[in-house]
Design a protein around this ligand. Structure first.
Ligand SMILES: NC(=O)c1ccc[n+]([C@@H]2O[C@H](COP(=O)([O-])OP(=O)(O)OC[C@H]3O[C@@H](n4cnc5c(N)ncnc54)[C@H](OP(=O)(O)O)[C@@H]3O)[C@@H](O)[C@H]2O)c1
Length: 340
């Protein structure tokens, strides 16, 4: 039987992708689409280019009452962090499954929210209940989960590449994650810094002194607070895609076959993660507009170090398609349903 689903933030970049994926999902029926009050004039067919000739529910201003009025089984929150943090507890209380694309339930430590997210968490008790939905690293905990914290886009690219290598890493030496994202990673904000004139032909680092995705990566990789971990995001003058370059040191010299075996053990049956042979590196064009991630590596220093490169589409594997993978696993559908 189809699950009734709603999308909050459907007029945004991630929400538009989600709406398009869920519209063609054989086991989902879209029963509600929501935006801020200012987005309510958007016709359903304008939420994504693939929906131009499609009919769906009207875009309504987001409120818990309006969402619950459509009796959804699951609600996807592609809204700002504070909005997700406020509405999720009300939806959960009403028995609805919540898949949150914001960062509101990703960090387990409530005390981290004021510093990294700029607000005191309104529902700290839920942080311990949320399943961190890096799908390939989830087991049975996703099945029937009530609250899924979909990972951030940068963390998805970094964690998919580094989690398999974790047993080999020497965390007493610097671990550098240098990530470059297309501009859609910032959402559809109108801000001079994100205008065409400022970005075209340009390339820059930002958030170097601290970015909110860093504590998420440290938490999920198990990197101690005092370990020398450095994450530097950059803004690429392309619409979408993330390429992360990671410089890692191993506790002993390793061979390419050992590294490949670690990746194989993690992803040989993962439908959306490809690992390239040693020495081959993936590019943005391999994954943009797809739900896939691709990873490659080159050994350095006689096998004591490696450069690992990982690519995803920030709006798909970094947001909407990973949310659909999680939806599929929560409701025991095939993980690939609606995505292949
Ligand atoms: N962009 C990415 O690559 C990416 C990747 C992973 C996760 N995320 C996360 O996903 C969420 C959405 O990101 P996005 O980039 O898709 O954002 P976006 O393009 O800026 O869209 C934001 C959406 O939220 C709605 N919204 C804004 N304020 C609201 C309010 N007060 N009440 C109700 N709805 C409100 C907007 O409606 P209006 O159209 O009416 O303004 C719009 O539909 C964010 O939490 C973001 O951190 C984004």
């Amino acid at each position: 039987m189809k699950k009734r689903v709603s999308i909050a933030g459907a007029t945004g970049y991630s929400g538009g992708e989600l709406t398009a994926l869920l519209f063609k999902h054989p086991s989902a029926e879209i029963v509600g689409v929501f935006s801020s009050a200012s987005g309510k004039e958007t016709p359903f067919g304008r939420l994504h280019p693939s929906l131009r000739k499609s009919q769906g529910p009207p875009v309504l201003p987001l409120s818990a009452e309006a969402v619950l009025g459509a009796s959804p089984d699951a609600v996807f929150l592609a809204t700002p962090n504070e909005v997700s943090a406020e509405i999720a507890p009300v939806l959960l209380e009403a028995g609805v499954t919540v898949i949150d694309l914001a960062g509101s339930f990703r960090l387990r430590d409530a005390a981290a929210y004021p510093g990294w997210y700029g607000f005191a968490h309104p529902a700290p008790a839920l942080l311990g209940q949320a399943v961190y939905g890096l799908t390939e690293w989830c087991g049975e905990e996703l099945r029937g989960a009530r609250l899924v914290a979909n990972p951030g886009c940068y963390p998805t690219s970094v964690l998919l590449a580094l989690k398999p290598l974790r047993p080999f890493l020497d965390l007493s030496l610097p671990l550098v994650c240098d990530s470059k994202s297309g501009v859609s990673g910032a959402g559809k904000k109108s801000d001079l810094a994100f205008s065409f004139t400022e970005l075209a032909g340009n390339f820059k680092a930002y958030g170097v002194s601290g970015h909110r995705h860093e504590p998420e990566m440290r938490q999920e990789l198990g990197v101690p607070a005092d370990a020398p971990f450095s994450f530097v995001p950059h803004l690429l003058p392309v619409a979408r895609g993330i390429l992360s370059t990671m410089h890692v040191t191993f506790a002993r010299a390793v061979t390419g076959a050992e590294v490949s075996a670690l990746f194989d053990a993690s992803y040989s049956s993962a439908p959306f993660v490809s690992v390239l042979p040693e020495g081959s590196l993936p590019e943005l064009a391999d994954v943009v507009q797809t739900p896939r991630a691709a990873i490659g590596f080159v050994l350095k220093g006689g096998g004591r170090r490696a450069v690992v490169v990982s690519v995803i589409d920030n709006l798909l594997k970094g947001a909407a398609s990973q949310a659909v993978q999680n939806f599929n696993r929560v409701f025991s559908f095939d993980e690939k349903e609606g995505l292949s």
